[in-house]
Design a protein around this ligand. Structure first.
Ligand code: PGA
Length: 254
């Protein structure tokens, strides 16, 4: 079964409302054609979501947040609730990104609470997993991915899982310019699909879209997206400039 490509721009802590406006105005022309064979998503910082939402109305580009609270509302200084993301028009939310795990200490259990909260609110989680270089080199790749998948997706039903997008991002390839080779990435994706099959059954595993992330750029997107089990990309650095993000998608969809 052919899964539709899904490519997301993860801007991380870049682009306030002014730069977001500039990017979207430059990116939108031509995006209609690209979106025929690829779901396109932009994930700006929270403060830029409202302006992005207003510019993306009636466009084929969807909006994502980069995080969300596991709580509903109340005394949680600095947090943003799912309902607020619904209100500003976000459809997706990136959860469990390695920077959240490594810098802010988010555990599999905590990420799982966020995934479940997002699903309840009708937001599509882009659920991130991936190993560090040390883990890969010491032969723990499969163990790490197994723990992240079983912990982060715990207590989800088959119906829930049908809504989830998975992003495999080897930590050593994020922002480093080092990309996993297409073979390395394919091997890890195939393994993740096996894990999804064990947990949710073959049908869900075959239908789940698994993005690759880690130094994806216009020059390597075609080769990566051509792999059997790679269904899209989560892009940091190369998504910050409209022309580069457009070329990356255009090269991937051919
Ligand atoms: P990168 O980031 O493309 O800059 O490596 C990817 C990510 O962290 O999602």
């Amino acid at each position: 079964m052919k899964r539709k490509l899904i490519i997301a721009a993860n801007w991380k802590m870049n682009k306030g409302p002014a730069e977001t406006t500039e990017f979207i105005e430059s990116f939108l022309p031509g995006s209609e054609e690209l979106s025929e064979s690829c779901d396109i998503i932009i994930a700006p910082p929270y403060v830029s979501l409202p302006v992005a939402a207003s510019l993306l109305v009636d466009s084929p580009v969807a909006l994502s947040a980069q995080n969300v609270s596991e709580q509903d509302e109340g005394a949680f200084t600095g947090e943003v609730a799912t309902r607020m993301l619904n209100e500003v028009g976000a459809q997706y939310v990136i959860l469990g990104h390695s920077e959240r795990r490594a810098i802010y200490g988010e555990s599999d259990e905590f990420i799982n609470a966020k995934v479940r909260k997002a699903l309840t609110a009708g937001l599509v989680p882009i659920f991130c997993i991936g190993e560090t270089l040390e883990e890969r080199e010491s032969g723990e790749l499969e163990e790490v991915l197994r723990a992240q998948v079983s912990g982060g997706l715990a207590d989800l039903t088959v119906e829930d899982m049908a809504e989830v997008v998975v992003a495999y991002e080897p930590v050593w390839a994020i922002g480093t310019g080092v990309t996993a080779t297409p073979d390395q990435a394919q091997e890890a994706h195939a393994f993740v699909r096996t894990l999804l099959g064990d947990q949710f059954g073959a049908e869900v595993a075959a239908a789940t879209r698994i993005q690759y992330g880690g130094s994806v750029k216009p020059g390597n997107s075609a080769e990566l997206m051509a792999q059997t089990d790679i269904d899209g990309a989560l892009v940091g650095g190369a998504s910050l400039e409209a022309g580069s993000f457009r070329d990356l998608i255009a090269n991937a969809v051919v």
